[in-house]
Write a protein that binds this ligand. Structure first.
Ligand code: CA
Length: 228
């Protein structure tokens, strides 16, 4: 998955330069040119790193940063400051910025700091409700499964089965156990209903993307394999 970088910078020439350089490095960029719009985008919580100018119209970078942290946004913030002023930098770090750079800066240094920020970033809030295996992502809240960013359309029972298997990855799950958990104890049908749904999942995921997530354990049931 490509990392998203949010650029909040009112100087169009710097913003444009950052967009070009970051896209060239393979990042997806989003921009805001004032503090108010910037904060709105920050609170959407889609960025992996935020580059935040200190002096902004509407709302200062410091204020954007402070409100973001108050709201529980944990995204790394790299502050840009035009002034080579120690007190500004310290203030930026005090309100929750992770790093800062003084303008003019060398793009190589900013890129290096972005890589560090991504590497050290705490897990996002949503991660508790997102199951991952390689490029496969299952979002419990949004009821969406994607593979490498592409949506995998699943029916409700297929989704439930995949969710249960991903939550119990690398564990052999008997057909009976799967039926109990997905269809319920009072399910009257045959346990081979699991075989049918496993086949659907394989068609939509393993066969389509050339993966081997769903293993058959002969005579017992199935196992969701994930080496991570
Ligand atoms: Ca500015």
């Amino acid at each position: 998955m490509k990392n998203n970088i949010l650029i909040i910078e009112d100087e169009k020439s710097i913003s444009r330069f950052l967009q070009l350089e970051l896209s060239h490095e393979g990042y997806v960029t989003d921009c805001a040119y004032d503090g108010v719009t910037g904060l709105e985008k920050v609170l959407e919580d889609r960025a992996d790193v935020i580059i935040l100018d200190l002096m902004l119209p509407g709302l200062s970078g410091e204020e954007v940063c402070r409100r973001a942290r108050e709201d529980g946004v944990t995204t790394p913030i790299i502050m840009l400051t035009a002034k080579d002023d120690v007190s500004d930098k310290v203030a930026g770090l005090d309100v929750g910025a992770n790093d800062y750079m003084t303008k003019p800066f060398a793009i190589e240094e900013l890129l290096a700091r972005i890589r560090v920020a991504i590497k050290n970033a705490p897990p996002k809030k949503e991660d508790a409700n997102v199951l991952k295996a390689g490029k496969l992502r299952l979002d419990k809240d949004k009821f969406i499964v994607t593979y490498d960013g592409e949506e995998v359309p699943l029916a409700k029972k297929e989704f439930d089965l995949l969710e249960y298997m991903m939550e119990n990855k690398n564990i052999v799950l008997s057909r009976e156990k799967l039926v109990e958990n997905i269809w319920g104890y009072d399910y009257e049908g045959e346990t081979n209903v699991t075989d049918v749904y496993i086949r659907y999942l394989r068609t939509k995921i393993d066969n389509k993307y050339g993966t081997n997530f769903i293993a058959t354990v002969r005579g017992v049931g199935y196992r969701f394999d994930c080496k991570e």
